[in-house]
Design a protein around this ligand. Structure first.
Ligand SMILES: Cc1cc2nc3c(=O)[nH]c(=O)nc-3n(C[C@H](O)[C@H](O)[C@H](O)COP(=O)(O)OP(=O)(O)OC[C@H]3O[C@@H](n4cnc5c(N)ncnc54)[C@H](O)[C@@H]3O)c2cc1C
Length: 354
């Protein structure tokens, strides 16, 4: 039988939409399935590392935001800074980023179906998708880009089981209508959580708090008086400068045992995620989207598995190692070590920036 489409992308977040754009560029007939209307918001540190910003600009996508010139690690009075040596990153409000990619998808005439994939049946030469809003849709390949709690991953049995509850980490994002005080991403280390501070525009700063369940803005800001003062927070952690919606996400770590099952491929957070501490999700997801489409064109899912392993190597090793250290007695040594060994710190930031 001839499937309805060559590629069905489940999930219209940034990585699903980028997958659809790469597929259309490759001449494939593609449809995106997404239950929510654009622009879609989500908890995110909203920092595009230079690699992600370069990839977006290559496609002519330049949403407004703030230039990011490097990364600073801050703990009390200690501060390690590194400015990117090749290129710059960009802080972009999540809805602005999503709107820009969604507009390009619409311009390209790519169909977005308002629905939720909830059933998958694989056959030799096609896949049947079902779920609310879909009835049935057949596709030669399905790309699961449905985020941290991927239903596609679950349906095709690619999940590798949950992390121990005591190790799970979560993220919460808030926005403040303030002029940024730095052109760097600041990661501020409190004794038990990290603030990821991103300039997002001339009058907007984003704060993402990362930590174990129960980490609160209130207690983390009490440990970060300089940051609390900058955002004008009171003793309850509330600030009159706070704007927009608060968004949360987690558990952050999602493990997968493989990224392909038959004609189904996983990209973005659905394909496995370590943590937001190094701000790389979008860079990796875009690279995965491109690689997944190349594998579909080549009818070579195993090729995607190899590429995925290559693309995520540093993320799994460096971010995984950093998160382990952050949850151990070594935590308090992280920033002092970065200050003492500036070349090591610079080398790590440069690797994350690629
Ligand atoms: C607190 C925090 C801070 C972060 N900071 C950064 C940062 O600074 N820089 C960076 O690069 N990355 C950061 N990340 C990671 C980044 O946000 C993610 O990697 C990125 O959003 C992944 O995009 P995605 O498209 O894969 O998933 P998502 O953006 O989660 O999109 C998934 C989409 O799938 C849809 N969906 C879900 N289920 C179904 C279904 N059954 N059928 C159809 N559609 C479905 C959802 O509605 C959603 O729109 C951060 C993450 C967190 C949590």
């Amino acid at each position: 039988m001839t499937p309805d489409v060559q590629v069905a992308v489940v999930g219209g977040g940034p990585i699903g939409l980028m997958t659809a754009l790469f597929a259309a560029d490759a001449g494939l007939d593609v449809v995106v399935i997404e239950p929510r209307e654009a622009p879609i918001d989500k908890a995110c540190g909203e920092g595009l590392m230079p690699g992600a910003w370069r990839l977006l600009r290559r496609l002519g996508l330049e949403p407004p935001g703030a230039d990011l010139l490097g990364v600073a690690y801050v703990q009390g009075a200690r501060r390690a800074e590194h400015r990117f040596e090749r290129g710059i990153g960009r802080g972009v409000k999540r809805t602005t980023l999503h709107a820009a990619i969604a507009a390009r998808v619409a311009e390209r005439g790519i169909r977005v179906v308002r629905g939720r994939a909830d059933a998958i049946t694989q056959h030799d030469s096609y896949v049947i998708l079902g779920g609310p809003g879909l009835e049935t849709l057949t596709a030669a390949h399905v790309v699961g880009a449905d985020g941290l709690h991927s239903r596609v991953r679950e349906l095709v049995g690619l999940g590798a089981g949950p992390q121990r509850a005591s190790r799970r980490r979560f993220g919460v994002r808030r926005h403040y209508a303030l002029a940024p005080w730095s052109d760097l991403i600041e990661v501020r280390w409190t004794p038990s959580a990290e603030f990821y501070v991103t300039p997002l525009g001339p009058d907007l700063v984003g704060l993402a708090l990362l930590g174990r369940r129960g980490a609160s803005f209130e207690s983390a800001l009490a440990d970060e008086p300089e940051l609390a003062e900058r955002i004008g927070a009171d003793a309850d952690g509330e600030s009159p400068a706070q704007v927009g919606h608060v968004r949360g996400a987690g558990p952050l770590q999602q493990r997968t045992r493989a990224r392909t099952a038959g004609r189904v491929l996983l990209v973005g957070d659905a394909s496995g995620y370590v943590d937001a501490l190094t701000g790389e999700g979008l860079r990796l997801g875009i690279a995965q989207a491109e690689a997944a489409v190349a594998a579909v064109v080549a009818e070579d899912p195993r090729g995607y598995e190899r590429e995925w392993t290559h693309i995520t190597r540093d993320f799994r090793m460096l971010t995984g190692g950093l998160v382990t250290a952050a949850g151990s007695p070594l935590r308090t040594a992280i920033v002092p070590t970065a200050v003492r060994l500036p070349r090591v710190y610079a080398g790590i930031v440069e690797r994350l920036a690629r």
